[in-house]
Every structure is written in structure tokens, then in C-alpha cells.
Design a protein around this ligand. Structure first.
Ligand SMILES: Nc1nc2c(ncn2[C@@H]2O[C@H](COP(=O)(O)OP(=O)(O)OP(=O)(O)O)[C@@H](O)[C@H]2O)c(=O)[nH]1
Ligand SMILES: [Mg+2]
Length: 341
């Protein structure tokens, strides 16, 4: 096995006619090249991915999926590396998906992350994958979730998904995990509080990283106060009070506080078995995936040569404002699936 497989972003070129189910089977037995190929197929949403995911899916659902998000530069990648190191020391297999916001193939941030994760090169129980945030027609979240499913089925026990918490879809990726960690760094002033409030809403655990910097304690207190205020606002009679996120301090660059964060993650891990599948997060994830597949399937059906002329006709009617888009969509639905819609 090549040592560079630890950062097998390219995934290699898929073999001609590579069979998805075969690749999936190989990936599940620890073949890292096969794993990389499946992930490439997932990212490109090819038919190989569909066959692979069908084969993999029953084996997934065991890993702890952890989303790590937060504003740029707060230390997400450094923290993911520190968590990986610590989880590995405890004998756990760790998969990492880094959703790179800027670069479709190779960005500066990605390169930096690779360098940071070099220490894991050659470790069979660490697999790091970068995904471009752009160019996911069916949505970034379903694609990232499918990639996490692949790592889960391949036996990685902890799957960390890093996204920059700037765009809605990136935040959705992290929020679809079992546990969402929102990172902040110490800073003065409250000019970005509006953004933070939005990010805090998806947090299960809030981490103030760069605790070695001045103002970390103050930032943590400030965030705790914001969370208390948010919890007070969300009280509704007859409904259980949602659990208020813990606020932890870490220095990712030295590893301080990372053991405590890992312990907090473990406490938040959903229980195994049937209970897990019924968890709210699992249902949200499943819904995102089924909706994404439905959308893809509908698009494919609309491109069908039998249906296409009618679709084109209806679209032209809508363009000319002789028909509204709702009526047109209903007519197409009735055509595709009589009795539905
Ligand atoms: N002082 C200090 N610096 C840190 C700490 N953690 C990370 N850094 C530094 O902060 C900078 C950004 O760290 P990254 O881990 O790349 O941050 P990120 O959130 O992944 O950044 P993006 O992915 O670009 O949004 C780097 O120079 C790190 O070395 C910390 O705990 N203390
Ligand atoms: Mg990063």
C-alpha cells in the first residue's frame, strides 16, 4: 500500500468499467485505493457511486459523525488534526472529510491541511479526504453525508467533517452530523456577533480555540451568556428544553483541552442499535439523502426523450408567462407519476 494513500485526495483514475459493488467490497476490506475511488465517484455523483453506496449502506450507521465548523482561521484543521492524533492514540480509526470552500481541486488551505496531516501518512487507520465545496448540483450536504457513510462503512469509528462556517450549505454539512462542534477564537468587540448567533444555533458543543491567546476566558463567558439567552428564547410550553451546548476551551496547537473535547464528543455520541436510526439527526440526514436522490431521479426522467418535448413545451409556456411554474411542475409530475402530486 502506498504511504501517500493517507492523503489520497485524487482518488486515482477509476478503472474502465470499475464496478461499484466490487469497489465497495474492496473498500470495506481496507483497500484504500478502492476507498479513494468510491469517494471520487461519490463526489462526481456517477453511477459507480450509486452501486457502491447501495452495497455500502447496510454497513454504515456505526461511526460517530462529528461536524467541525466555525469562521475561517479559528483553528478547525489544527483541532481536527489534534483530535485525530488523540483518537488514534486510543486505538480508534479516524476518517476526515475536509470541505474546502475555495479550491475546486488544490487550494492553499488544502495543501496546508495535507502538510499538517503528514504525520498520519502510512497509518492505515487514518483516512483524509478533501472535497470541493463548489460544483455539487445536488447539494453539498447530501454529497458530504454520502462520503461520511462510505468512511463509516469502511470501518472508521470517528468521522470528522470540517467545513468553514461561512456559507449556508457548509453549515448544513456540519449540522447534519451526529454532533456539531462550532469553533470560535478569542476576539474583542462584538462586530461579528450576528454571524456567530446563526452558527451557535447549530452547535452541540462550542469550542473557544486559541485559548493561549488573551481574551479566551472572556470570549467563553460571552458565548455562554449568548447560549443562555438563546435557550431562554427557545422555551416553549409542553416541549422538552433542548440541551444547552457546553463551552470548552482548547489550544489545538499544543493539544491542551483536546482530551476534554474528545470526552465531550463521546458523551454526545448517539447510542448504538435501533435507537440511533431513530435519532433526530439520523432522520435529518436520511431525509436530505432521499430528497437528493429523488431530485436526481426526477431530473433524469425529465431528460428522457419521451418526456423531454412536453417538458420543453411547458418551460416555453412558463417563459412566455402563459403558464405559471406551479401548474407546469404539477403537469410534469402527473406525467411522470400519475396519481402523485
Ligand atoms: N495561538 C494559536 N494558534 C492556533 C491554534 N490553533 C490553530 N492556530 C493557528 O491558527 C491558524 C489557522 O489554523 P487552521 O487550523 O488552519 O484554521 P482553520 O479554521 O482550519 O482555517 P480555514 O480552514 O482556512 O478556515 C494557523 O496558523 C494555526 O497554526 C491555537 O490553539 N493557538
Ligand atoms: Mg481548515
Amino acid at each position: 500500500m502506498p504511504t501517500s494513500a493517507a492523503t489520497a485526495d485524487s482518488g486515482g483514475r477509476p478503472r474502465d468499467g470499475a464496478d461499484g459493488a466490487e469497489l465497495a467490497a474492496a473498500a470495506m476490506t481496507g483497500d484504500r485505493r478502492a476507498l479513494a475511488r468510491v469517494l471520487t465517484a461519490v463526489e462526481n455523483r456517477t453511477s459507480v457511486a450509486e452501486a457502491a453506496l447501495r452495497a455500502l449502506y447496510p454497513r454504515a450507521g456505526r461511526a460517530h459523525l462529528v461536524g467541525v465548523t466555525g469562521p475561517p482561521g479559528t483553528g478547525k484543521s489544527t483541532l481536527v488534526a489534534a483530535l485525530t492524533r488523540m483518537a488514534r492514540a486510543a486505538g480508534r480509526a479516524v476518517g476526515v472529510i475536509a470541505v474546502d470552500p475555495s479550491s475546486p481541486i488544490t487550494g492553499g488551505a488544502l495543501l496546508g491541511d495535507r502538510v499538517r496531516m503528514q504525520e498520519h501518512a502510512g497509518d492505515r487507520d487514518v483516512f483524509i479526504r478533501s472535497m470541493a465545496a463548489r460544483g455539487h448540483a445536488g447539494g453539498l450536504a447530501p454529497t458530504s453525508i454520502a462520503a461520511a457513510d462510505v468512511l463509516d462503512a469502511a470501518g472508521f469509528d470517528l468521522v470528522l467533517i470540517e467545513t468553514v462556517g461561512t456559507g449556508q450549505s457548509e453549515v448544513e454539512v456540519a449540522a447534519a452530523a451526529d454532533t456539531t462542534v462550532v469553533l470560535e477564537a478569542p476576539e474583542s468587540g462584538d462586530e461579528v456577533q450576528a454571524i456567530k448567533a446563526g452558527l451557535l444555533e447549530v452547535a452541540d458543543i462550542v469550542v473557544v480555540n486559541k485559548a493561549d491567546r488573551p481574551g479566551a476566558g472572556r470570549t467563553a463567558s460571552h458565548l455562554r451568556a449568548m447560549l443562555v439567552a438563546a435557550a431562554a428564547r427557545s422555551v416553549s410550553p409542553g416541549r422538552p428544553q433542548p440541551k444547552r451546548p457546553e463551552v470548552l476551551l482548547t489550544t489545538a496547537s499544543t493539544g491542551d483541552g483536546v482530551a476534554e473535547l474528545l470526552a465531550a464528543l463521546d458523551r454526545h455520541r448517539p447510542g448504538p442499535g435501533a435507537g440511533r436510526g431513530a435519532s433526530e439527526r439520523a432522520l435529518v440526514r436520511a431525509e436530505a439523502q432521499v430528497s437528493a436522490v429523488l431530485g436526481t431521479r426526477l431530473d433524469a426522467r425529465l431528460r428522457d426523450p419521451v418526456v423531454r418535448p412536453e417538458r420543453d413545451r411547458l418551460v416555453a409556456e412558463v417563459a412566455a408567462h402563459r403558464l405559471d411554474p406551479y401548474t407546469a411542475a404539477d403537469a410534469l409530475l402527473a406525467l411522470l407519476a400519475p396519481g402523485v402530486g
